[in-house]
Design a protein around this ligand. Structure first.
Ligand SMILES: [Zn+2]
Length: 384
């Protein structure tokens, strides 16, 4: 169980700039080659446009229900961040290594790949599926197709472990998220004649206030889940743009809004209140003045919450392997919600701290990688 092996693989993964907007095929080819050296074949699940792919590698008997090890290999951009060195060259600073994605989450991918020889050393009675995805950072977009491909090829997995950074704590839940972009199209005109035109900014503002009222209602009377820092679902407007001059009725406004829900709440139902206000109340008002006025609503992010029962087998196994007695829930989203929605019980247990993710000079303690590797060793022993 060599730290050098993990770092060597991590360096190779970091060297590819797999910011979500880029192709990840070079990285995928490199991982395929690493697996092939060990005699392990893998399956690509390409994106629709063919510029990216997820990768699935099964070690052990595919017809037996096994365990998924899930990592995404896309990263957030480094644009505008003050890095003290090349983000795509792994650098060691004392007991930590730096590079884009070391924490989120090429570190865990490297740990899993470094463990492949150990997985192969003696036959497994239960298989391990290494599942690497893309486009996680832009809404966990690739995971549904990845899961579908996996389920075509192998017996339905018993469980999934997502290696997002939890400091190796056992996380059983996170909120779901749904986000909308709304474009309000009114009609332009001189403000001295304001009633004859449709003021897009004012209608967008009414949608924004409705989001605030929804947020207050959730805070006041929403269902509670005490394992979260903010123990209820939330709603929020992230941006509102429109208008250019005081004496012009603005013809266009845009807003971006989100809800983040605990498992007891339904993100679609909550946002339907906003959509209904837009389409059934505001739009008729706007069109009474200008028939060409419009409101366009686009869903931009939509991933489900994760809420794995504390008494489920995978939680017991993860606690045992991680040597933890307690579980927690986290504020950030993961692909775990997707696996859970596909009826694969899921926990999040991975190396590093989420506080280091997405930061300039993103870094991870080498000890965290080593402890994640030890976790995988114990999992391998459990699958013998
Ligand atoms: Zn991540």
């Amino acid at each position: 169980m060599s730290e050098a092996d993990i770092l060597a693989i991590l360096a190779r993964l970091i060297a590819h700039d797999t910011t979500s907007r880029n192709s990840n095929l070079d990285l995928v080819a490199e991982v395929e080659a690493m697996l092939a050296v060990n005699g392990v074949s893998s399956r690509r699940v390409p994106s629709e446009d063919g510029t990216k792919a997820s990768l699935i590698a099964t070690i052990g008997p595919a017809h037996v229900p096994g365990i998924v090890l899930s990592a995404h290999v896309d990263t957030v951009p480094v644009d505008g961040q003050a890095w003290t060195g090349d983000p795509f060259t792994l650098r060691r600073h004392g007991e930590r290594v730096l590079g884009r994605g070391v924490t989120d989450m090429k570190g865990f991918a490297a740990v899993c790949l470094a463990a492949v020889p150990e997985m192969l050393a003696k036959p497994l009675s239960r298989p391990l599926h290494i599942c690497l995805s893309y486009d996680e950072e832009v809404g966990c977009l690739a995971t549904p197709a990845l899961i579908e491909a996996l389920l075509q090829d192998v017996a339905r997995p018993l469980a999934c472990i997502v290696g997002e950074p939890t400091g190796m704590g056992v996380v059983i839940g996170h909120k779901g998220k749904r986000a909308l972009d709304i474009v309000v199209e009114g009609t332009p005109g001189h403000s001295s004649l304001a009633p004859r035109f449709v003021n897009a900014v004012e209608y967008a503002a009414r949608l924004g206030s409705a989001v605030q009222l929804l947020a207050r209602r959730l805070e006041r009377e929403g269902t509670r889940d005490a394992l979260y820092d903010v123990p209820h679902s939330t709603a929020h407007v992230g941006s509102l743009h429109g208008g250019s001059a005081l004496n012009m009725v603005p013809e266009r406004a845009t807003l971006a809004l989100e809800v983040r829900v605990i498992a007891a709440d339904d993100a679609r139902a909550l946002l339907r209140e906003i959509e209904d206000l837009a389409m059934d109340v505001l739009l008729p008002e706007m069109q009474a003045v200008a028939p060409g006025a419009r409101i366009k609503i686009t869903s931009t992010i939509d991933y489900p919450p994760l809420d794995t029962p504390e008494d489920s087998d995978i939680v017991g196994l993860a606690k045992r392997l991680a040597g933890r007695n307690s579980v927690s829930k986290v504020a950030y989203g993961t692909e775990g919600g997707r696996y859970s929605a596909a009826a694969i019980p899921t926990v999040v247990v991975g190396p590093g701290s989420i506080a280091d993710a997405h930061q300039p000079d993103e870094s991870i303690a080498i000890a965290e990688l080593v402890s994640s590797r030890a976790f995988i060793s114990r999992l391998i022993a459990d699958c013998r």
